[in-house]
Structures are given as structure tokens and as C-alpha cells.
Write a new protein. Sequence first.
Length: 234
Amino acid sequence: MAKHGKKYAEAIKLIDIAKLYDPEEAIELIKKTATAKFDETVELAVKLGVDPKHADQQVRGAVVLPFGTGKTKRVLVFAKGEKAKEAELAGADFVGAEDIVAKIQGGWTDFDVAVATPDMMALVGRLGKILGPKGLMPNPKVGTVTPDLTRAINEIKAGKIEYRTDKAGNIHAPIGKISFENEKLLKNFQALIDILIKVKPAAAKGQYMRNISVSTTMGPGIRVNPLKAPGKKE
């Protein structure tokens, strides 16, 4: 069993582990439990009532957080010709085609998000075994395979995040930094919860949002009442 330090032990004393907090209370409380010397990431974890083994119950997509994540993402774009120029003008950090593919095959993956135009996917497909396990493979479901590179890059730079259920039906995603104002964290929290409700699979049965919690990078989790989550509908 993992051992926690003195600061973690002190932080967890502030939490009533038997209580389900309102979102506003939870956001306020994580400010008190953040003890690290760096600007910790605030993370949202949601347990959904889905069975990801079935394709029609998988939950995956992307959402632009109103106030971003507090981190500037490095964007790689696979494109040629005019589309490559468009990507550069839109602020992509890396742009290329065969040259970038060769570089990645050589072990380079120093970027956070990869975007590709549809015509490049035959080339990019060679990188599936490298980018797939890292969650970096361009995918039309999350808007990273698109002819509209300007929009895709702008959204990513503005704070677009991807969400995806793991094998147990959980979703983990960043919703900002501990230095954010409470209201900004709450708005980001609302944006992710609202989109998860919107994309609820028709095949999902019973209670959809089963558990919600927020935490910081180094802090304990704080449980949020699913019935008080913004936009909650069952």
C-alpha cells in the first residue's frame, strides 16, 4: 500500500470522506488541500455506468474548456502544400509529412497533440503502434483529423481536452490549475460534466454518472454529489 507524506495526511484531515460535496464546496476545498510548491493540476475523475467492452457504450470525444487547462500544448500537424502553410500560420509548433514520420519512427514524440488532414492518414497510419499507445494518434472522433486546420489548432491552443473511458468506465481529465480562480475551475468542471451527459450512450442502462471526484496532482480526492453536478439529468 502506498505511503503518503505528512502534508497529504494533514490535507486529508480537512475532508469528510463520507460526504458527497456540492461542486462549489469541492472546488473550494481542493484549494485548502493543495500543498505542493508548484502549480498543481486540478483533475476530474468520473465513473460512468457504461461497459466499454461494447462499442456502443464507449464514451470518447473532446471539449474546449472555457478557461483552458493552464498548459500550452505543443501541436504537431501532418500536412503538405497549402495546408502546411495554413498550419504554420495558425500557430502549429511542428509541421511536416514524410520527414516528421521518419523523425517519430526514430523515437521523437516531443509534442502533446497531433493533427492531420484526411489525405495524410495513409502516411500517418504507419505510426499507429507508436502514437496509439501514447494517445497521440490523430482521430476524427476528437477533431484531430480534419481539413480545417486553423480551427483545430486554435481550439487546442485555447484549451481543448480529450476524454475517453478506460476499461473500467472511468474518465480522467484535467480541468485547470490550482492557481485558477474558483469560478474558472467550476466553469471548466461544468463544461466537461455537461458534455459527458450530452454524449450519454443510448445503450447505457441504470445510473449513468455513478461517482465524481476532484483532486490536485499531489492531493487527496474529494467526492462530488452526482445529483448536484451541473446539467444532471437521469
